[in-house]
Design a protein around this ligand. Sequence first.
Ligand SMILES: NC(=O)c1ccc[n+]([C@@H]2O[C@H](COP(=O)([O-])OP(=O)(O)OC[C@H]3O[C@@H](n4cnc5c(N)ncnc54)[C@H](O)[C@@H]3O)[C@@H](O)[C@H]2O)c1
Ligand SMILES: N[C@H](CO)Cc1c[nH]c[nH+]1
Ligand SMILES: [Zn+2]
Length: 435
Amino acid sequence: MPVFLNANEPGFDTQFAALLSAKREDAVDVDDTVAAIIQDVRTRGDAAVIDLTSKFDKLDLTPETLAFTPAEIAAECARVSDADRAALHLAADRIRAYHSRQMPDDQRWTDDAGASLGWRWGPVSAAGLYVPGGQASYPSSVLMNAIPAQVAGVARLVICAPTPHGVSNPLVLLAAQIAGVDTIYRIGGAQAIAAMAYGTETITPVDKITGPGNAYVAAAKRRVFGRVGIDMIAGPSEILVIADADNDPDWIALDLLSQAEHDESAQSILITTSAPFGQKVAEAVAARLTTLERRAIAGASWRDYGAVIVVDDLAQAAALSNRIAPEHLELCVADPEALLHQITHAGAVFLGQWTPEAIGDYIGGPNHVLPTARSARFSSGLSVMDFIKRTTIARMTPGALRAIGPAAERLAISESLQAHGLSLRARLDRLNAGE
Ligand SMILES: NC(=O)c1ccc[n+]([C@@H]2O[C@H](COP(=O)([O-])OP(=O)(O)OC[C@H]3O[C@@H](n4cnc5c(N)ncnc54)[C@H](O)[C@@H]3O)[C@@H](O)[C@H]2O)c1
Ligand SMILES: N[C@H](CO)Cc1c[nH]c[nH+]1
Ligand SMILES: [Zn+2]
């Protein structure tokens, strides 16, 4: 049974702090394992990737079979039904429409001193897109990664997606085709992240790695950051539902289970203004768990990390939610727009009882690669911005340099950086001589 807490009872603060610090990603000691895997890939390249894929995914590869061939991709794509194909296309169109609005404009202006200033946006040259595939496969994550990268104009895109026991989901390959990515490696976990970051004999390194994954993938992304850019920590899924009593308990139970079924390390929390409603949701979760296909995973997640928290009012709910900074936040209340004003930290917010989080996982339009483990306090969901970078631009005229150069020279002297000062002074002297 998950923790049933009342925010106004003694001891709540301690219990809530324990919930916040639940070390879901460290439930297994992943970091040491991941460090060793990365080192192995750096040292042995393809051979390490092949050995680790055999060990963790039970798939024997060679350097030649690390990537799907064009013929394999075509054959897999041909297996997709018309209905699935149409659903993927609709999702792709909606995700592209949403992300196309994110592309920022370049800026250039002339200031009072006569200096021409601005910035210009440009894409990273190569991005590696991680698409999870251990306990489930994620065609939707192909679209969520690749479409913003494409909108940003990234020239080289590669996908890593594990295929345990060699079983691939044809929709993953079709999604890649729809999104225009033709290099797909059938590898996963920390070894895939290391291969994309450092390169191997077969895999050319990329500049940026994005995408969600389990605790091993999240830990590996943390470790390769600096060598390459990463989007964020998008680890085991989370959902927080704030609901009043005017909801169907079964709907809320299913919303909680929708994220619990991703991973035993996933976390689902209900905050409600009604204790009887909270009780009904907990009962509905238990009932649904008896028949859910992934009940072992979802049940473990709900048992170990789930919680029902009863609060006095929605302001208290919002304050607790902001401390959690959940990946997904559903506001199933009469006036979700009003409550939204009180939300400061959340990866993605879903307003009202007709907006289940699952719509956002697939087809709503916003990205489903989102910050977890409280990192929504300082980071955002995947977007076009993750695939572009800003270069600043400055151009002085003689007049502009005469106006602001002396102050720069003074500051250079104050830092005892003589060459800096002289590089300014040489030009200022020339200007003064020409007067
Ligand atoms: N935050 C987000 O935006 C978001 C989006 C989608 C999915 N997710 C999360 O992605 C995750 C997908 O997890 P998954 O496991 O299905 O697939 P995955 O592809 O992330 O992980 C599979 C890989 O994990 C590695 N691995 C497994 N056990 C290992 C071990 N004992 N030692 C070393 N490596 C090991 C293997 O290399 C395997 O290929 C879930 O946690 C889900 O909640 C998050
Ligand atoms: N809920 C996941 C993000 O945490 C994304 C996803 C993909 N497929 C189903 N769900
Ligand atoms: Zn999901």
